[in-house]
Design a protein around this ligand. Structure first.
Ligand SMILES: Nc1ncnc2c1ncn2[C@@H]1O[C@H](COP(=O)(O)OP(=O)(O)OP(=O)(O)O)[C@@H](O)[C@H]1O
Length: 257
């Protein structure tokens, strides 16, 4: 692998008696679009949560751009440039699309913290707000959802919400995005659009790791695929190699999907 963006090594996460992730080891190449697949309960979401600081792993390491980020809190993880998309939570649903995009960008700047201790000229605040709004509108335009700016997030369709989730993640200025089922419940037209956006962003240099149950979608759009099974990595390779891998076929035909 030329340039490793993210490396997960011997990751373990237990919940009481359940070992959700059991020694997962894999690497994601910079600028790649990599799929993380596996039968239900394979440990994909828990792996995402351990990488992005939502869960603290019981063992193993997470290295991002050569730095050990194991166990750091989600906020710091985003500061490093590594973010995962989140479903729009209930409190976000009552906010407009515009407000939903303003919030992560403001948080990223640690606004409240430094403003409370440093005197800031009013014109700087105004300039920053203007720049932020320009970024928000740029992002809305990129995703072609300007017309939804004043809509409450809770009123959006499933597909529009997925666009908003991706847009929100982008507002934190990431370098790598972890997408957990970004296409679930999205109609084919919006799915195509969403995929185009992801490919455009990839061409700009973003790295993607995507958990998705739609196997065809992963195989058609990712250049590398990691297969998890029972908490560890069963296989890793190109879509062609994965599709014909006997162990992968067995894991999927084991009646778990
Ligand atoms: N917070 C938790 N508490 C207890 N057990 C959990 C918790 N989170 C996950 N698990 C268990 O860990 C295992 C792995 O779950 P995980 O959600 O990571 O798998 P997954 O591959 O993402 O599955 P799916 O494709 O169904 O979303 C499952 O047995 C699950 O029940």
């Amino acid at each position: 692998m030329d340039d490793v963006e993210l490396a997960v090594d011997g990751l373990v996460k237990r919940f009481g008696g359940i070992t959700a992730v059991d020694g997962a080891t894999f690497a994601v190449e910079s600028g790649s679009m990599t799929g993380l697949i596996g039968p239900n309960g394979a440990g994909k979401s828990t792996t995402f949560n351990c990488i992005t600081g939502i869960h603290e792993p019981d063992a193993g390491t997470v290295t991002f751009q050569g730095e050990d980020i194991t166990g750091i809190r989600p906020y710091y993880c985003a500061e490093y440039g590594l973010v995962r998309t989140f479903q729009i939570a209930r409190e976000m649903a009552n906010m407009t699309v515009l407000e939903n995009l303003m919030l992560p960008a403001k948080r990223q700047r640690g606004e409240a913290l430094w403003r409370s201790v440093l005197p800031v000229a009013r014109r700087d605040v105004v300039r920053e707000e203007r720049e932020l709004l320009e970024r928000v509108w740029g992002t809305l335009e990129f995703f072609e959802i300007q017309h939804l700016a004043e809509e409450k997030a809770g009123t959006l369709s499933g597909g529009q919400r997925k666009l908003l989730e991706l847009a929100r993640a982008l507002m934190t200025d990431p370098e790598m995005l972890l997408l957990d089922e970004p296409f679930a419940g999205v109609n084919p037209t919006l799915e195509k659009k969403l995929l185009e956006h992801v490919h455009d962003l990839r061409e700009e240099g973003y790295t993607f790791l995507i958990v998705e149950h739609d196997m065809d979608l992963i195989m058609e759009n990712c250049e590398r695929v990691i297969v998890m099974h029972q908490g560890s990595v069963l296989a890793e390779g190109t879509p062609g190699a994965i599709t014909s891998n006997e162990r992968v076929i067995e894991a999927y035909l084991g009646g778990e999907v």
